[in-house]
Design a protein around this ligand. Structure first.
Ligand code: FAD
Ligand code: DLZ
Ligand code: SF4
Length: 509
């Protein structure tokens, strides 16, 4: 009897465990564009086009390889993925359903608990082997440790994979981490390469039309659409990055500039997360660039750390901590997300720029996510669920396993500090140092208490003050409290009054 193999939108990998286990002569692949996945958060329209176009290209590729694929397009109006399976099972003798485990807890629970009964079929979940650290290996690593620190996990992963390691077990270059070299402001001296742009083919154009028709009012520009939608295009994007951007990736990793939304970032996360690129191959390709003298060590190490370290670490944390993780809110953040996160209508130049880039490309680079929109949400005390849903919706690379720890943990410090022992709270001075936004801003970055003072400044001190009990004893924060306490009393009161006014009407920012 044949089996149904459900392939999800972020499982576009030919050697996926479910496909490897299946038999093209006997089994059927099921893929579906469904309302539930498209609507559980209001995904950016470019993200939907990317995924549906990549799914359709992948289905065509599977058919060329001899698979029978039941593909349900958006126009078929299916409610959820289980419905797609039900349709494909109708009138057929089906032995079981095979699925490589999904990247989100929500779906995994449904597959385990609801689908078997609803379908009258057994649903077998297989391990997702497209990661460098299995969930069991992460659990073993975490077991018995008092503190889970990314840096130690990363070193372990370097040893395990041999990436950037000397034969004697020492890290190449004698250090594990070259972050101290990676904090340059962009000086405009280097040509910014931008990502490669791929012309939409007929399949992608059809998806563009369908998404425009079904979701006319959703957030996110549809055009221009230039993402890669096949594995071979994603390979081209990787080659472009290695050649043009990697050499400067390290130096300007934390920089922001008004003239360019991408700097020297790779824009590969959406391809890696959807399965079009393999993370180990990406790391190995970067390592070769170092070995061949095409990129310096601070760049290559920094890049590999993001994928081998951060990406794997956040996935491990997600599965270790869910489902309780999603409910965490240790700093008691409950304010509403200001509307300008969607409209971009704010006088804060840095925020307006991040939202504009997000709307145009379903992309903003890490420092914009962390230190601009993230930092503001932290300082305003935005409700953790609301800001989580925003990040999950607006970026083309966003799936809960990677987005939630970054938002709830790294940005909102709502988990008590797995992704950084102290919060990434910062005043406008940080943004001024790392960008050229402030010169063109309506707010004054050099002031904290005046009516036109940079909101980050007073909100920062308010944050420090209101969380005093939690952070005062933190060894890396005690100096901040000393500085605050040394400040003139009138000035402190004026700063807090300015922050209180902003917190009352954040939508006016
Ligand atoms: P580069 O700067 O070129 O980095 C190289 C690669 O490293 C990325 O492609 C990505 O695969 C990986 N990487 C870098 N930082 C991280 C990180 N912190 N966690 C996991 N992987 C990382 N990344 C996502 O892939 N999906 C998300 O939904 C997501 N949400 C985020 C939400 C917040 C609030 C923050 C602060 C970060 C989030 N990130 C997310 C991490 C990071 O910002 C993006 O991976 C990165 O900006 C993607 O752009 P890039 O490919 O140009 O990355
Ligand atoms: C993100 C997304 C969207 C918007 N739509 C679909 C879809 O229609 N069909 C599908 O199979 N997958 C989609 N996805 C990706 C899934 O949400 C993703 O597979 C799960 O969240 C698990 O990571
Ligand atoms: Fe952002 Fe403040 Fe600078 Fe304006 S002054 S761009 S709000 S950091």
């Amino acid at each position: 009897r044949s089996r149904l193999i459900l392939v999800l939108g972020d499982q576009l990998t030919p050697d996926l465990t479910s496909l490897a286990e299946g038999d093209p002569d006997r089994d059927r692949v099921v893929m579906a564009e469904v309302r539930e996945e498209a609507e559980y958060v209001p995904h950016h329209r470019k993200k939907m086009v990317f995924l549906f176009a990549a799914m359709r290209h992948f289905a065509a590729r599977l058919r060329r390889r001899g698979w029978t694929v039941d593909y349900y397009e958006l126009d078929r109006g299916l409610g959820d993925l289980c419905e797609a399976l039900r349709r494909s099972a109708e009138g057929r003798e089906i032995a079981e359903v095979l699925i490589t485990e999904p990247g989100e807890y929500r779906l995994r629970e449904a597959m385990k608990r609801r689908w078997p009964q609803s379908l009258g079929l057994s649903v077998r979940l297989l391990e997702d082997r497209r990661f460098l650290c299995s969930l069991d290996a992460f659990r073993d690593w975490a077991a018995g440790r008092k503190q889970l620190r990314m840096e130690f996990f990363y070193r372990d992963m370097r040893r395990r994979t041999g990436l950037l390691m000397e034969p004697d077990g020492e890290p190449v270059g004698g250090r594990w981490n070259f972050d101290a070299d990676n904090r340059k402001r962009f000086d405009g001296k280097h040509r910014l390469p931008g990502p490669p742009r791929f012309e939409p083919d007929a399949t992608t154009r059809q998806v563009l039309e369908q998404v425009a028709e079904h979701y006319p009012d959703r957030f996110g520009d549809l055009e221009p659409f230039w993402f890669a939608v096949t594995a071979s295009q994603a390979e081209e994007a990787l080659a472009h990055f290695l050649d043009q951007a990697l050499p400067h990736f390290g130096d300007y990793q934390d920089a922001m500039t008004e003239g360019d939304d991408f700097l020297f970032h790779s824009l590969l996360s959406l391809y890696i997360n959807a399965g079009l690129l393999d993370p180990l191959q990406v790391c190995e390709a970067a390592e070769r660039c170092y070995q061949q003298g095409r990129a310096p060590l601070n760049a290559v190490e920094g890049f590999i750390r993001q994928i081998l370290g951060w990406r794997e670490y956040v996935r491990g944390i997600y599965w270790l901590m869910m489902p309780d993780y999603e409910e965490e809110n240790r700093l008691d953040s409950h304010a509403d997300l200001p509307w300008f996160y969607w409209s971009g209508e704010t006088d804060m130049r840095c925020v307006a720029e991040a939202v504009r880039a997000t709307r145009e490309h379903a992309y903003a680079h890490h420092i914009q996510r962390l230190m601009v929109t993230g930092n503001l949400a932290l300082l305003l005390g935005v409700d953790v669920k609301q800001i989580h849903e925003w990040y999950l919706a607006v970026y083309a690379d966003a799936y809960e396993w990677v987005e939630l720890p970054n938002t709830l943990g790294m940005v909102m410090h709502a988990d008590g500090g797995y992704l950084g022992s102290k919060p990434y709270a910062a005043s406008g001075k940080y943004i001024q140092r790392m960008s050229d936004y402030c010169a063109g801003c309506a707010y004054k970055v050099s002031s904290a208490e005046e009516d036109n003072s940079c909101p980050f400044n007073s909100l920062y001190w308010h944050f420090i003050q209101r969380h005093r009990r939690r952070f005062e004893k933190h060894p890396r924060m005690s100096r901040v409290y000393k500085n605050w306490d040394r400040m003139d009393g009138d000035k402190r009161r004026a700063i807090l009054a300015r922050a209180d006014a902003l917190l009352k009407h954040p939508e006016d920012l």
